[in-house]
Design a protein around this ligand. Structure first.
Ligand code: HEM
Length: 150
């Protein structure tokens, strides 16, 4: 598998990075921009805006997240030579921590999409979901870059 993927490595990294930018960017927009609007827009209108945002996100984000994880697995295979780096190098431990946090994000994301689709997403849950996701993502991006240098 590693040999088969190797020629495509630059494209896989590019895809992974592009998907990460869209995913992290959406969470940052929701925390830093949307949350701030609560101070200037009434609750009913804000509720409608958040419902519309969630509906829009549900249309394309699952594909972005799927590509992010598929490219992540391919990069894992390439960088770790299968599972060989795990437990033996510092890089391997950082990468493992990054992958575990990524699965944490996936769990919260799937839960939020499910709740939104079944009308169980309220303003409070909306806010805390995005704060948790953004915090986990900040840790993932930190590990993604420091795993090569620390
Ligand atoms: C929320 C999910 C994820 C986010 C936000 C994320 C983000 C990132 C970012 C920003 C980079 C640095 C890319 C660069 O600058 O070149 C990266 C690299 C990497 N990611 Fe992820 N990632 C996620 C999920 C995963 C998963 C699930 C795996 C594997 C199981 C994975 C494996 C890797 C590997 C191996 C690299 C190193 C790529 C390289 O430079 O060779 N990622 N990730």
């Amino acid at each position: 598998m590693t040999d088969m993927l190797a020629p495509y490595y630059p494209w896989i990294v590019l895809l992974h990075l592009a998907c990460a930018i869209v995913f992290v960017g959406a969470a940052a927009f929701e925390v830093f921009v949307l949350e701030g609007l609560h101070k200037v827009i009434d609750i009913a209108t804000m509720g409608r805006i958040e419902t519309a945002v969630m509906a829009r996100v549900r249309r394309f984000m699952p594909v972005v997240v799927l590509l992010l994880f598929l490219s992540g697995f391919a990069l894992f295979d390439l960088r770790c030579n299968g599972l060989q780096c795990l437990g033996s190098t510092r890089f391997g431990w950082f990468l493992l921590a990054k992958a575990i946090l990524a699965f944490g994000v996936l769990g919260v994301f799937v839960n939020a999409v499910w709740a939104g689709a079944h009308g169980r997403m309220n303003a409070c849950r909306f806010r805390y979901t995005h704060r948790i996701v953004l915090s986990l993502m900040a840790a993932i991006v930190f590990l993604a870059k420091t795993m090569f240098y620390l």
